[in-house]
Every structure is written in C-alpha cells, then in structure tokens.
Ligand binder design. Structure first.
Ligand code: SF4
Length: 426
C-alpha cells in the first residue's frame, strides 16, 4: 500500500492510463506507441503482459486519493487488451482509489481491433464510454494514413457501438475524424462529415492534421509529396465543420470536440478545468496536485524510471506533491553512497535530469575532469540530445532518451579510463 497523500488544493478524481501498443505506426503519428504487428493481441503478447504488470505495480504504489469520477484508458490501441486485462486495470484502480457512483470509464478503441464479443466483455468490465478512432470513411485515405482498418471496419464498429448505446449498455461514444488531410477539399470533407453524422455518435472529435517531426508524413512533406490544404482552405474546413455539426445538433464545447447535450466528455473537462489527475504508464502525464510530471516515452526508460522510483522513494513519491521538483534531490540523497558515474547514470535516466556540477564537486572532481566528460559528450550536446537547463543536465525527450544508452556508455567508459588513471598500480 502506498503512503497517504498530503492534502492538496486539487485532490485528483480522475485517472489516465496509457496503453502504448498498436499493430503498426500510422504515418502521421508521433505518440508514445510500441508497434507489435498486425496479428498481435493482449491474449498472446508477452510484451503486453509484461507492461501490464508494470502498470499494475505503478497503480498499486500510488498515494491514496478520493474515489475516481472519470477514468480514461488511451493509447496506442487499448482495444488490443482482452476484456480480462482491462478488468484487471479497472480493479486495480478500484482497489487503490475506489470508483465514484456513475463514474465515466472511457476506452479508446480502433475499428478492426475488436468484435462484438470483445465489446460486450469491455462493457461487462465497466466501460461506459468508447472513443472510436475512425479518422476517415475513405479507403484510399486510410491507406495513405497508414491505418490498418478500412471503411467497412469503421461502419461495422460504429454500428455495434450505436446498438450498445440504444440498448442502454453504453452511456455514450465518440468518433474521431481528421480534417485537413492531403488532397482534401471542401466537398470531400463535407462527405466525411455527412457519413460521420449518419452513424449517430453522440460525440465527435475532429482533429487537424499536424505534420510531426520524425513521422513518415514529415519525410513526404520535405520531398514535396504531401498536398496539404493551404491556410485559407484549412480555415474554411474548420468553419464548415462547426456549421455542419451545429446544424446536426452538436455543441462545440472545445476546439476539437463536439457533442450532443449531456454527452461532453467529463474526463476531457478535467484537463481543461485545472483539476488534478493521476497518470499511469509509459509516456503518461500526471498532475495530481496541479504539478505536471511526464513519464519517459520509451519502454526502456519507463522501466528504468519505475525501478528507480521503487529504489528511491516509491512510485508514490514520483506522483505526489512537489514530485517534479523534488524527485531529483530525493534520488540524489537515496543514492548518496554510489560512485559518481552511477549517480549520473541514474540521474540522466530521469526526466528531471541531474545536477552534474554539484555531483562532481561532491565527488571531488576538478573543473578539468568535468570538462573532459563534457567533451566526451560533445556529439550529443551538439545535436541537442543532452543539454543543461535550469542547472540540470537532461536528455531530450524522446530523441535523447532513445539514445540514452550511447550517452551512458560514453559516461561509463570515461569513468573507467579515469579510474584507471587514478589507480596506476591496478
Ligand atoms: S493507432 Fe493511433 S496511436 Fe496507434 S499509431 Fe495509429 S494514430 Fe498512433
């Protein structure tokens, strides 16, 4: 059992759980995801099973808090989990915090990643709201986006969700669409909106395509192969969306979100209201007392972060009040008996980074020695993967963290060479 939470201005009543697995990475996506292949499933994947163990441990070690009013299981593709696996996660939240009566339990699902039996299992586990990642009703567009599902999968999934809502088994559901796609004009976009409205989702999320660094779309854009709408057309598309959805009875309650009366996402409102929330899992951000803490975005870094929380002060400490500022200091104290290289190694694996100069001084290293370590790291510093900010040295997220092994290997080699110099008799 984790420690009791100190009183805070915003006791969190919401939790976000990140499931990072997808079948494949879509061409526009830069989320914290782990592609496992088209056939992967929670029932057979050891990778998913191991991650769920980490997630359950992180939840179990969280500080106490009031019962949750909203839970959002996002990803990634959470519908790769079996209903039993999802049930385990919800049971862990129930055990740690409790669930308030009428709590909104949202699950992101992708077409072609579930069938009716699986949907029924999720509903039996307690899911009250589904967010369906449709994105487009056009097969050629879905293919160009690198999506795995096709129009027929989307229509089928939407029909199952609408039927579940009519039966009263599902309180609400949402459909995601992307606007501003390559080659999209007003007529094509209007046809997309018409098909979305026809499925009867009580909630629609309409996102603008953003070309993110490191994605396939970015490469295509650099080569001039992405025919994106210009600024005027993009503005027209957005304006048209608002008018079209308003005429269909959807209120525009947030920049990307539209809902029938009574169907706005309660969980989304938490993010915008300034209330706190718990976050669990790789890449998840938590803000339990208004102070944000983002977890590492790679599996290796997340595993190391969890280990470190266990070794230092418990995961609870990393999510409790003052965590973001205090975590590095606390770890430094807990690691006081370690040699310099290990303390730096542990510190650099943390998002908070490490006070390198302070550790060097404590270890009796001179300015020239510290300069020789920084020289060793010069290639990483020049690429912005490792940098000093606010008195701390940090690996950038995610590029630096992804290359953390190379940076840390340089550190260990530098330390061994230095150690050898110090002990000529060895
Ligand atoms: S399914 Fe969603 S999270 Fe997964 S790669 Fe595609 S856009 Fe990203």
């Amino acid at each position: 059992m984790g420690p009791a939470a100190p009183p805070g201005p915003w006791p969190p009543r919401s939790a976000y759980l990140h499931i990072p697995f997808c079948h494949r990475r879509c061409f526009y996506c830069d989320f914290a995801v782990v592609p496992l292949g088209d056939k992967a499933d929670g029932a057979s994947s050891g990778s998913i099973a191991r991650y769920l163990e980490q997630l359950l441990a992180e939840i179990a070690a969280a500080p106490e808090g009031p019962p949750l009013s909203t839970v959002y299981v996002g990803g990634g593709t959470p519908s790769m989990l079996t209903p039993a696996q999802l049930g385990q996660l919800l049971a862990a939240l129930r055990a740690r915090f409790g669930l308030a009566p009428g709590a909104e339990l949202s699950l992101e699902m992708d077409p072609a990643s579930f069938d009716q039996v699986r949907l029924a299992g999720y509903l039996a586990a307690g899911v009250t709201r589904v967010s369906l990642g449709g994105q487009s009703f056009d097969d050629a567009v879905l293919e160009r986006l690198g999506r795995r599902h096709r129009r027929a999968d989307l229509l089928q999934a939407a029909a199952w969700l609408a039927a579940a809502q009519r039966r009263g088994d599902l309180a609400s559901w949402s459909l995601d669409l992307i606007q501003g796609l390559p080659g999209q004009d007003l007529a094509a976009w209007d046809a997309q909106l018409a098909q979305a409205i026809a499925q009867g989702p009580p909630h629609l999320s309409v996102y603008d395509l953003i070309v993110e660094p490191g994605t396939v779309f970015e490469r295509l854009e650099r080569r001039g192969q992405l025919d994106l709408p210009d600024a005027d057309l993009a503005a027209d598309l957005m304006e048209h969306t608002g008018r079209r959805l308003a005429a269909a009875g959807y209120g525009h309650y947030e920049i990307s979100n539209y809902a029938w009366p009574g169907h706005a996402s309660r969980h989304n409102r938490v993010y915008w209201s300034g209330a706190g929330w718990w976050g669990f899992g790789l890449g998840a951000t938590s803000a339990p007392w208004g102070e944000r803490l983002a977890r590492p975005r790679t599996r290796e870094a997340y595993g190391a972060w969890l280990e470190q929380q266990r070794g230092a002060e418990g995961v609870a400490g990393a999510t409790g009040p003052g965590a973001a500022a205090a975590a590095g200091e606390a770890a430094g104290e807990a690691l006081a008996g370690m040699p310099f290289d290990e303390r730096v190694l542990v510190g650099l694996r943390r998002r908070e980074g490490v006070r390198l100069e302070r550790l060097a001084a404590a270890a009796g290293l001179g300015a020239a020695e510290l300069a020789s370590l920084l020289e060793r790291w010069r290639p990483y510093r020049e690429r912005g993967l490792l940098r000093a900010e606010g008195g701390r040295w940090r690996l950038s997220d995610p590029e630096g963290l992804a290359l953390s092994n190379a940076v840390l290997r340089e550190l260990l080699e530098w330390w061994e060479e230095r150690d050898g110099r110090d002990r000529p008799g060895d």
